[in-house]
Design a protein around this ligand. Structure first.
Ligand SMILES: [Zn+2]
Length: 338
């Protein structure tokens, strides 16, 4: 016993490190235990890829990647984030379309935006990279029988190029009003061709357009002004509530403050989602909940089959718990880092 005591007292740092590795591993295991097709992709981008005493490496596709454009992406038709060639359409294009009576998926292979159809026009949630504006947003809406000129509001989940790339173009072309978290307006202002500063979101803000009210929450963590949204949707007239967690990916360079915020906001959004009966997960990266396969199943769904996007309240809770546990895992190993 005495020997153990001496070893421990001589190696306090090693002990702390071992403990934080254990805690980090336990939180990752808690996340992993909940994985299924509704959240596996989110976990892959939010949880540390490896946990060890020297785990400063980013997970594949961590915040660094999520924040930037893919090679060759950038300013394009529709505006983007600085100069760069437009990637070949076949490298990014994916078909979207109607998912609920009043909700449409506008997508690329990697990112998703959503159009909420109301009695007074369209609320767009995110805009994809600038290069996708014409094919995925403008033509995507037209192909679904909607008019892009009806876009009245754009809610930007966070000011990274894969979500706000086409904001300026849509703002200029359709005079849409743009809502971002205050801190993400600051982020967007640093872009090469920034959108004009417009509406600063407030926490719990209710955005009503015609017959539809979307609720917006400021949930910092992935960025300081990340917005999450709750959207009422209908399936053949049956009401459901969709939840989008607006920022997901974390990395070894995410600050302690941001990790703590991410954790508290994931918990908060769980309570909010529970209170509003959220039973649908919508995402801004297709891989978070297997969105492209889910959309394919939506297209071939028979009337008596369950809706592929209606996953139930427990799955919404699980999704946010996975995000929360992944952040706790990063926090644990970050705290133990020398
Ligand atoms: Zn991002």
């Amino acid at each position: 016993m005495r020997t153990n005591y001496v070893i421990l007292s001589l190696l306090p740092l090693a002990s702390v490190l071992a403990q934080s590795v254990d805690t980090g591993t336990a939180h990752k295991a808690a996340a992993t235990a909940l994985l299924n097709s509704n959240n596996t992709g989110a976990a892959r981008l939010a949880c540390p890829a490896t946990i060890g005493p020297v785990s400063t490496a980013n997970p594949p596709g961590g915040a660094g990647r999520a924040g930037g454009a893919p090679a060759g992406a950038g300013a394009a038709k529709g505006g983007g984030r600085g100069p760069g060639a437009v990637p070949a359409k076949e490298s990014w294009y994916a078909e979207g379309g109607q998912v609920f009576d009043n909700l449409y998926l506008l997508t690329t292979q990697v990112n998703s935006a959503w159009a909420v159809k109301t009695s007074e026009g369209i609320i767009l949630i995110d805009t994809l990279f600038g290069y996708a504006a014409q094919d995925a947003i403008v033509d995507g809406l037209k192909n679904a029988g909607l008019n892009p000129a009806d876009i009245k509001y754009i809610i930007v989940s966070h000011a990274h190029g894969d979500h706000d790339g086409a904001v300026k173009f849509l703002q200029d072309t359709y005079k849409a009003r743009v809502i971002m978290g205050p801190k993400d307006w600051e982020l967007a202002a640093r872009e090469a061709d920034p959108p004009r500063h417009d509406i600063e979101a407030t926490d719990g803000q209710k955005l009503t357009l015609g017959d539809t009210t979307v609720t917006i929450y400021i949930t910092p963590g992935h960025t300081a002004g990340t917005l999450s949204v709750l959207v009422p949707v209908k399936d053949h007239g049956q009401p459901h509530m969709a939840m989008e967690w607006g920022g997901t990916a974390l990395s070894g360079s995410t600050s302690k403050d941001m990790l703590e915020s991410y954790i508290s906001n994931a918990k908060r959004l769980k309570d909010i989602s529970d209170g509003l009966g959220a039973d649908v997960i919508i995402v801004n990266h297709t891989e978070y909940n297997d969105a492209l396969n889910r959309f394919a199943r939506t297209k071939t769904r028979k009337t008596d089959e369950p809706h592929p996007w209606v996953v139930g309240k427990d799955e919404v809770q699980k999704y946010l718990t996975v995000a929360e546990e992944c952040a706790k895992s990063w926090l644990a190993i970050g705290n133990g880092r020398p």
